[in-house]
Write a protein that binds this ligand. Sequence first.
Ligand SMILES: *[C@@H]1O[C@H](CO)[C@@H](O)[C@H](O)[C@H]1NC(C)=O
Ligand SMILES: *[C@@H]1O[C@H](CO)[C@@H](O)[C@H](O)[C@H]1NC(C)=O
Ligand SMILES: *[C@@H]1O[C@H](CO)[C@@H](O)[C@H](O)[C@H]1NC(C)=O
Ligand SMILES: *[C@@H]1O[C@H](CO)[C@@H](O)[C@H](O)[C@H]1NC(C)=O
Ligand SMILES: *[C@@H]1O[C@H](CO)[C@@H](O)[C@H](O)[C@H]1NC(C)=O
Ligand SMILES: *[C@@H]1O[C@H](CO)[C@@H](O)[C@H](O)[C@H]1NC(C)=O
Ligand SMILES: *[C@@H]1O[C@H](CO)[C@@H](O)[C@H](O)[C@H]1NC(C)=O
Ligand SMILES: *[C@@H]1O[C@H](CO)[C@@H](O)[C@H](O)[C@H]1NC(C)=O
Length: 360
Amino acid sequence: MVDMALWLRVLVLVACLFPASVESMVRHYKFNVVMKNTTRLCSEKPIVTVNGRFPGPTLVAREDDTVLVKVVNHVKYNVSIHWYMVAASPFMDAPIAVDNVTATATLHYSGTLASTTTTLTVPPAQNATPVATSFTDALRSLNSIKYPARVPLEIDHSLFFTIGLGVNPCASCVNGSRVVADINNVTFVMPTIALLQAHFFNIKGVFTDDFPGNPPTPFNYTGTQPKNFQTVSGTKLYRLAYNSTVQLVLQDTGMLTPENHPIHLHGFNFFEVGRGMGNFNPKRDPKKFNLVDPVERNTIGVPAGGWTAIRFIADNPGVWFMHCHLEVHTTWGLKMAFVVDNGEGPNESVLPPPPDLPEC
Ligand SMILES: *[C@@H]1O[C@H](CO)[C@@H](O)[C@H](O)[C@H]1NC(C)=O
Ligand SMILES: *[C@@H]1O[C@H](CO)[C@@H](O)[C@H](O)[C@H]1NC(C)=O
Ligand SMILES: *[C@@H]1O[C@H](CO)[C@@H](O)[C@H](O)[C@H]1NC(C)=O
Ligand SMILES: *[C@@H]1O[C@H](CO)[C@@H](O)[C@H](O)[C@H]1NC(C)=O
Ligand SMILES: *[C@@H]1O[C@H](CO)[C@@H](O)[C@H](O)[C@H]1NC(C)=O
Ligand SMILES: *[C@@H]1O[C@H](CO)[C@@H](O)[C@H](O)[C@H]1NC(C)=O
Ligand SMILES: *[C@@H]1O[C@H](CO)[C@@H](O)[C@H](O)[C@H]1NC(C)=O
Ligand SMILES: *[C@@H]1O[C@H](CO)[C@@H](O)[C@H](O)[C@H]1NC(C)=O
């Protein structure tokens, strides 16, 4: 059996709903890593779980508590456990201040030698942003003959997308409103028929291809917030001809709160040609773009209160999501999709669905 890199995700919820005066305590948890038969994509298959659950269980703790987790691996694979730390309000429908105190953990493995020393890590300072920025600024692609950086130089679509949060009415919510997220003021609504299916079979009424290439109402994105936080909800896509070239500037907004959004594009690698703080300046900033050896990626951080410019060639026909990889923002609507039309002949066209595509 091939060795598998298995990641078990565990959510640690630091509850803020209790008064801070409550005394801290030690909470014990036991994780049994076991196989469990689970139905996914219409068929039953065994998957690795914690206590029979995937994703793993949620650990609840108060600030200052000590959490002891005993992990016993009952499966034949080596596993890594990945911890998510979330400071959460009981309602989770509003952005809240995240506790800035670093959580620390000690991992103790049974069966190690008594002489094994404990390795302490030194977490970076809270304000190490300049260190992180100078590190990422120094990154370059190889741009060698073997690994050329084919940055598009002629641009067919010059797009400018604002990304951020908003507030929409919600009759069933506690305050009659809920926090949403948007790109160019569009909060994406997931369709019930898959976008690729609707595109391939030409099913009408699933999506429209009128996603705005620019903000409908320009404002000072990193200055004073507009008073109206409302967005438009819709299943809007942006249409690209096969092989067209795209420059996309992703601009964070200060709507509710500026935030670093890791934006992931499906279907393509892109080059990060520029990045900066504040508002993107279409006259000044493109002069500083790196079109020679920029990094090539498929996920890019848009700095809080800043912008990132990317370029790619739409040479992969189909429907491709672009979304924030803070998963909760994706569920709030911080996503859109590109529909890339077929080129000429089968080599430049989307393949039909496989005959065994599950129908459920
Ligand atoms: C999963 O199902 C298969 C086939 O029904 C069975 O042989 C196997 O023992 C089950 N595994 C677990 C962990 O329940
Ligand atoms: C699991 O990790 C141990 C220690 O690194 C290694 O010796 C062993 O071969 C690994 N087992 C598998 C199945 O990969
Ligand atoms: C955490 O935030 C509080 C309140 O904003 C501040 O007083 C404190 O210095 C911060 N601590 C660290 C480690 O950044
Ligand atoms: C929502 O309602 C709660 C309870 O009435 C209140 O404490 C809170 O400030 C409200 N939040 C907003 C954003 O209006
Ligand atoms: C936008 O807001 C920022 C911060 O308040 C300010 O420094 C800047 O001058 C504003 N830009 C414009 C064009 O108004
Ligand atoms: C977003 O759309 C809503 C609804 O049409 C509108 O009220 C709001 O002003 C728009 N905001 C921006 C920033 O375009
Ligand atoms: C795609 O566009 C590039 C120029 O950007 C061109 O060199 C190439 O021939 C085009 N390929 C196809 C299949 O149209
Ligand atoms: C399609 O691609 C294959 C493999 O690259 C190539 O052999 C074939 O000639 C191409 N066909 C057309 C019509 O371009």
